[in-house]
Structure formats: structure tokens, C-alpha cells
Design a protein around this ligand. Structure first.
Ligand code: ACM
Length: 775
């Protein structure tokens, strides 16, 4: 549901046998004594002593073993970047490195390790990484990197034996490059940080209604026309530049080659028969409206109605497209979409209906089955396997097709029962377009929260399946739908560290420890920082509440319950002199009454480690009196979003607006009306660019009294006669406007105030930025 209301299989037995053997030796998992490895290895058995890493250590690889050399060089590069420690990599036989003074890190082959599995043996004299596969050697290197805390040029890695292998073979992220486009450099950097978490599938969503992003030589209009859209604006705003971009085949080849060095498989997605509007904008004759109108590349979010038709020429087009896709992407898996194909156009089209009669297909779902079968058979003939969103689960689905289950786990369960492989990508649990906390620092996205802990607590195990059936669950992935991620920095924020939690679910044994994960996260953040990644520190973030207190502002700080419940050692430290908080700063224990003009800086510490960024606030006379849309309650959550003014807008708010686009309405609890306060509101018009189908009729527009509408202030409920503030001063602007202040009635006591808009039409949508109460 986007905007509605409503590999190679791995022998788990082999890992388990190794793990059982080691479990006899293992005492406690000493993960935290180290740099913090994510995902947690399957088994860790502590030894005696420690290996001292410093610049005198050499890395040894077997002569001629290019995979071992690549793994060792990757480790050397990572330590150079995060620890300013550069170690030489030398070819040599086992044990050579121990001669003379040098301590050695050796990479060796071992037969019998599970695919992607590896072992690391740390003794005071030597570290040995062994694996059968290139991926195993690589993952051994990644684990070893994380055993040394970032920033240390030298340090100790405790003696231990790690035997590790993944729980699931498919550990993926989906990147939507259609709704917003990311540069090839970003895609490469994402592949890199995926590899640090042993994530091994990048599902690349390359086509959709809002843009076709892959160069296809045979059909140049797919990118010359289909890759560009005119962004939505508010009425009256001048037309902005086209937005878009695409990946040339040369760029894709380089990205695929890079991904191979990181053991990441790229699964390309060409979405069909729906989510096709950008392709139809380029080639209208492929569409299912018989008159073949020229459509724009869409600048709206939601479920669009335009489908490919079922003519032989259209299948020929799709097959030619897939031919070039297969040339570029060696992956066995090719994703063919299949989601949200609303069948209205097929039902209304005389040509489609004639084709259906000819095929003997009597209903529209049968036509989608026909579509899926034809395309998956084409792929199968080329040695590839079709992957589709779970709408492809229809009778007659090819046995080798993979079902990507987004409507919860039940479709994956059904797929496994009937012998199809499935990947879990449930909406909303693994949909990373949701904000991850209630903090005002969250960027635009869906307002209902998918926290780091929600992802961490996602459990793929389906006890109702037999062991053989469970092997059909290939694994899991989280999806980065980018409607609201306008920048690459925001993609990083939405992805990390939730991708780290996903990685632990997909790789580590089922018994996971949230508290332990939190402790390993702060050291991982240091690595993200070394690479300049804009990760979210939300789980360690600081919630603030302000209230007037005499002439001062009462400031209440808190951490989120998912942190405080699990980690009693979490604490907030603060300064009032503009200095950065550190371990010697005051510890926050109770609300602070602060004079306007005070600079408050605070950060969360986990034990002795600073875990959050520094939160900074400059208190002024408004601080206690103002509430942003985040600090108000939404009246409903039909489609709750965090939004900001359009791309061209100035006046960007401190935090995006919290708004239910189905019903822009907020509750201000407990407003003191005893003195008939002055009420001020800041509002902004936003483009209404949503395709909601029949749900559009459910949107509350209200009964506007003036040509531009009003902000209504209702006291005690949303249906009482309102005080109204005309929106005319804010109309035809794409920025935040402070409306003229209005005196509210004088009433005894505190009251719940309902704030909502009455507008003459759907577009623009109005958002409340903040409201303030004064004397
Ligand atoms: C989807 O969210 N449309 C797969």
C-alpha cells in the first residue's frame, strides 16, 4: 500500500554443527569488550590474552590467492580510513609472517566452511582468517575491521575464536531511484556500507511512474523523455526546472563491477504492468487506454492507474528492454514488479478485452497472471529467475518465481507452502520511508514510526512451516522508497542504522540482544562518521518539551523508552555555556528552568561513550509559548506524513510539518484561555500531489468562507463554531507565513483546541508549522 487508506541456498546444518561444537567452548559473548561487530557473529569463544594491532603488523595472503588478497587489502583500506593505520599486504606461506618480530594477520582458505561463512582465530601472536569462499574471506575481513574500535591507531583485539555464517542467504535493501534519483557515487557508497553489515542484495527499483532511470539503447525516449518530470508546485508558483536523471549503461556496468568486489548482488527491477507511467510518457502506444494519450512523467505520489497493454508489440518492447537489463546485470534474479496494478484501464479497454477473449481469460487478475507468466518464462529461457511483489502470487505462478512479500508475512508463508521461494519485505515493518522516532529531527517521510527497535525485533522465523518449507524463505529486505527522500543525505539517515538492525536479523542467530546491539552501535557510528555518512542517531536522541515558567522556560529532556528501558546506563549531559557536553558536564536529572537567552547543549551518553549528536537550543521568549506541528496531536492518521515546502521553496521550517493529508487537523491540548490569549499561527501551502484513487473523495476539504480558505480554531472539539483566520495573506506563496494574530475568547480554565483548515479546493494542501499563545 503506497498511499491508500487502508542465491544460493546455504547449508544451515553445516553452520549449526560448527556452532554447536564451539558452543561447548563458548562462555559469554564478549562482543562489547571489542569494537562492536554488527551483525553479531554466530559464535564467539573467548581465549586468553590479546593480539596487539599496530603499524608493525603485516597481513599475509597465500601466493596467487586473489580473493584473499582482495579481502586483506579491503581490511587495510578500512583501517586506513577509520583508524589511520595502514598495514602492508604480503603474499607468503602460512606462518611466514611470524618470523622475525612481526605479528601477522593471515588470510587462508579452508575447505568445508559454509557459503559466506568464515572463522577468525585470534591469539596473542597471530590472527588467522579462514574461509572457503571469496565472500567468506571478505566477511572475515569486515568482522576483523570492526573488532578494533575506530580511531585507535593501535589497540588490542582480545584472543577469541569466531565461527560465523549467515542465517539467511538474502539480506537486502531496496533503493528507489525513480521517485528521487541518486548519483552513481552514492549508489557505490551505499553498496560499500551494505557490505560492512554483510548485506548482500541491492534491489534496485529503476523504473516507476515518476521516472525511468536506466538507459536502454534501443529505446532512447525512455530516458530522454521518461527520466524527467516537472515537480509539483503550489498554485501560483512559477514552473520549476525538470527534475530527473538516469544511469548510463557504462555507469551501471561500473556499479555492478564494484558491487561484485563487495559481494553484493544487484537485482534490478523493471516494474510492470503498473507503475509504468514514465515508460508510457515516452512511448504512449504501449499504454492500455485505447486512444493512447500522451501522459506526463508523474510528479505525484501514490498509486497510478496507467498500465502496459497486452499487445504482442508491447511484450516485444519489454523483452527487448529485459535483454539489455540481462546484459548489464549478471544476477540470477530479475525483479519484474507486479505491484499495485489497478485493473480499471484493462477492464475499460476494447483492445485489452479483445485480447482477453482471444486468450480465453475471463477476469483482470487472470490477465496479470498471463503477463507475469509470459515475462517470467522469457527470463527463465535466459537462465534467470523472476522476482515479483506478492501480487504475482496467483494460480499458475512459475515454480522458480520468487515472491517478495510486502503484505505481511502471510503471502511468504503461502508461497513457501506451495514451494515458491519468498523474501520478506513487510509493509510497514521494513519500510524505511517511515520516520524512526517522534523527534523533531526526523526528515520528511511517513509519520507512523518504524523505529530501530521495530526493525531489530522483526522476526522472520515462521514456526508453522516445516524445515523444508522454511528453506523457501530466502531472507529479508528493507525498502527505501524515496518519495520524501529528496537528498542522498536523507537516504542515509533513513537507512542507517536501521539497515544495521536488519543485517543482524538476517545474519545473526535468532537469539538477539537489543541492549547488546545498542552497545555495539555507538562504535559503529564512529565508523559511519569516518566515512561522512549522515546516519540517524534517533535511538539515542533527546526529546524536548518547553513550557513557560514565570519569566523562564521550563525545559524537560528525555530519551526514548526503547533506550531507557533497555539501557539504564544511558544518561543525558548538558551545558549552558555553549560548550560541547562531555562526561564531566552536568548530568540531567530533572526539568531545568532557564532564562531566555540561555544556550542549552545536551547529548546522550551510553556509559562513557557519547552516543548522540549534540542537541543545541537557543532559548528565547517564544520557546515556552510556541508549539510546532510535532508538539500538537494529529486529529487522525489517514495518511500521516512529514512534509516540507516544495523543492523551490525558501523559508524551510526548522522541522518538517506533521500533517495527515486526508484531514489536515491538529489538537492543542490544554490551552489556557483565562486571559483571552493572543493566538498566532504560521502556515504554509503545499502542493497536493497525491494519487489516491477513490480515497480522494474521503479527504476533508471543509467549508471555506473566503476565496483562499481559512484556518479554523475550534474550542472544545472540532465541530464547535470556529474563530477563523483567513489564509489570503499566505496564499500563492510557497513558504511559511505568520498569519495576523487573533484574540481568542476569554473562558475559564484550560481547553483542547482543534485547528483545521477549510479550503475551497484540494490543491494546495495547508500545513501548520507552529502556533503561539501570547498575552
Ligand atoms: C509496494 O510497496 N508497492 C511494493
Amino acid at each position: 500500500m503506497r498511499y491508500g487508506l487502508s542465491l544460493v541456498r546455504q547449508s544451515r546444518a553445516a553452520v549449526q554443527t560448527a556452532a554447536r561444537a564451539l558452543a561447548l567452548l563458548a562462555v559469554a559473548l564478549p562482543l562489547n569488550s571489542q569494537g562492536g561487530v554488527i551483525p553479531a557473529p554466530a559464535t564467539v569463544a573467548p581465549g586468553t590474552g590479546a593480539f596487539h594491532v599496530d603499524s608493525t603488523v603485516v597481513m599475509q595472503v597465500p601466493p596467487g590467492d586473489r580473493d584473499a588478497a582482495a579481502a586483506a587489502r579491503y581490511l587495510a583500506d578500512l583501517w586506513t580510513r577509520t583508524n589511520a593505520l595502514t598495514l602492508p599486504v604480503r603474499a607468503g606461506e602460512a606462518g611466514d609472517g611470524a618470523r622475525g618480530a612481526a605479528r601477522a594477520i593471515e588470510f587462508r582458505r579452508r575447505s568445508g566452511s559454509p557459503d559466506e561463512g568464515y572463522q577468525i582465530e585470534v591469539t596473542p601472536q597471530r590472527i588467522t582468517v579462514t574461509a572457503s569462499s571469496p565472500a567468506g574471506l571478505f566477511y572475515g575481513a569486515v568482522t576483523l575491521w570492526q573488532l578494533l574500535p575506530a580511531a585507535l591507531k593501535s589497540g588490542e583485539i582480545g584472543a577469541q575464536t569466531i565461527i560465523d555464517a549467515p542465517r539467511y542467504p538474502w539480506r537486502g535493501l531496496m533503493l528507489d531511484s525513480s521517485r528521487h534519483f541518486q548519483s552513481p557515487a552514492f549508489v557505490r557508497s551505499m553498496i560499500d556500507w551494505m557490505a560492512w553489515h554483510k548485506l548482500n542484495v541491492l534491489h534496485w527499483h529503476l523504473t516507476d511512474d515518476q521516472g525511468w532511470r536506466l538507459q536502454i539503447r534501443r529505446y532512447p525516449r525512455l530516458t530522454s523523455a521518461g527520466a524527467w518530470r516537472i515537480p509539483a508546485t503550489v498554485p501560483g508558483e512559477s514552473s520549476p526546472k525538470p527534475y530527473g536523471g538516469y544511469y548510463t549503461q557504462e555507469q551501471v556496468r561500473r556499479i555492478v563491477a564494484f558491487a561484485a568486489t563487495r559481494h553484493v548482488q544487484i537485482v534490478p527491477e523493471i516494474d510492470m504492468p503498473g507503475h509504468a507511467q514514465a515508460a508510457l510518457a515516452a512511448y504512449p502506444e504501449l499504454g492500455a487506454i485505447d486512444s493512447h494519450p500522451v501522459l506526463p512523467v508523474s510528479a505525484k505520489w501514490g498509486v497510478h492507474s496507467h498500465l502496459f497493454n497486452l499487445e504482442p508489440a508491447t511484450f516485444e518492447f519489454l523483452q527487448h528492454v529485459l535483454d539489455e537489463v540481462l546484459e548489464l546485470f549478471p544476477s540470477r534474479f530479475v525483479h519484474i514488479g507486479g505491484d499495485e496494478a489497478v485493473k480499471d484501464e484493462w477492464i475499460a479497454s476494447a483492445a485489452v478485452q479483445a485480447r482477453a477473449r482471444q486468450l480465453g481469460i475471463s477476469n483482470a487478475n487472470g490477465l496479470q497472471t498471463y503477463f507475469t507468466q509470459k515475462i517470467s518464462a522469457y527470463l527463465a529461457a535466459k537462465g534467470r529467475r523472476a522476482v515479483g511483489w506478492d501480487e504475482i502470487m496467483q494460480p499458475g505462478l512459475a515454480a522458480d518465481a520468487v515472491v517478495m512479500s510486502w503484505h505481511g508475512g502471510s503471502v511468504a508463508h503461502a508461497a513457501a507452502l506451495q514451494g515458491n521461494d519468498a523474501v520478506l519485505a513487510p509493509d510497514p515493518k521494513l519500510y524505511l520511508d517511515h520516520r524512526q522516532s517522534p523527534l523533531a529531527t526526523e526528515p520528511p517521510g511517513r509519520i507512523s514510526i518504524v523505529s530501530l527497535k521495530d526493525v531489530y525485533d522483526f522476526e522472520p522465523h515462521d514456526a508453522a512451516l516445516s524445515e523444508a518449507q522454511q528453506r523457501h524463505i530466502l531472507g529479508l529486505q528493507a525498502d527505501l522508497w524515496t518519495e520524501h527522500m529528496q537528498t542522498e543525505a536523507r537516504v542515509e539517515w533513513m537507512a542507517l542504522p536501521r539497515a544495521a538492525a536488519l543485517a543482524e536479523v538476517g545474519w545473526s542467530p535468532q537469539q538477539r540482544s537489543w541492549h547488546d546491539f545498542l552497545k555495539r552501535l555507538a562504535p559503529m557510528f564512529a565508523r559511519y562518521r569516518a566515512f561522512g555518512i549522515n546516519y540517524a542517531d534517533s535511538v539515542f536522541g533527546i526529546q524536548t518539551a518547553y513550557a513557560p515558567e514565570g519569566g523562564a522556560v521550563r525545559v524537560t529532556l528525555s530519551n526514548l523508552p526503547e533506550l531507557t528501558d533497555a539501557a539504564p546506563e544511558a544518561n543525558i549531559r548538558y551545558t549552558l555555556d555553549a560548550g560541547a557536553p562531555n562526561l564531566r558536564s552536568m548530568r540531567y536529572t530533572q526539568p531545568l528552568d532557564l532564562a531566555p537567552g540561555t544556550q542549552l547543549r545536551a547529548a546522550t551518553f551510553l556509559g562513557s561513550e557519547q552516543a548522540s549528536r549534540v542537541f543545541a537550543a537557543h532559548l528565547d521568549s517564544h520557546s515556552g509559548a510556541r508549539r510546532t506541528s510535532h508538539q500538537l496531536e494529529l486529529c487522525s492518521d489517514g495518511v500521516g506524513l512529514l512534509l516540507e515546502p516544495g523543492a523551490a521553496a525558501g523559508g524551510v521550517p526548522d522541522a518538517p510539518f506533521a500533517v495527515d493529508i486526508m484531514n489536515p487537523c491538529w489538537i492543542y491540548r490544554g490551552m489556557d484561555l483565562t486571559r483571552g490569549p493572543r493566538f498566532t499561527a504560521a502556515v504554509a501551502p503545499l502542493p497536493f500531489n497525491y494519487e489516491l484513487g477513490a480515497d480522494a473523495a474521503k479527504i476533508r476539504v471543509g467549508d471555506a468562507r473566503t476565496p483562499e480558505g481559512e484556518l479554523e480554531i475550534h474550542i472544545d472539539g472540532c465541530e464547535t463554531p470556529p474563530v477563523t483566520l483567513p489564509l489570503a495573506p499566505a496564499a500563492m506563496r510557497d513558504e511559511v507565513t505568520v498569519l495576523p494574530a487573533q484574540a481568542l475568547p476569554l473562558l475559564p480554565g484550560r481547553h483542547d483546541i482543534c485547528l483545521r483548515f477549510a479550503r475551497p479546493r484540494l490543491d494546495p494542501l495547508w500545513a501548520l508549522d507552529w502556533v503561539e499563545i501570547g498575552e
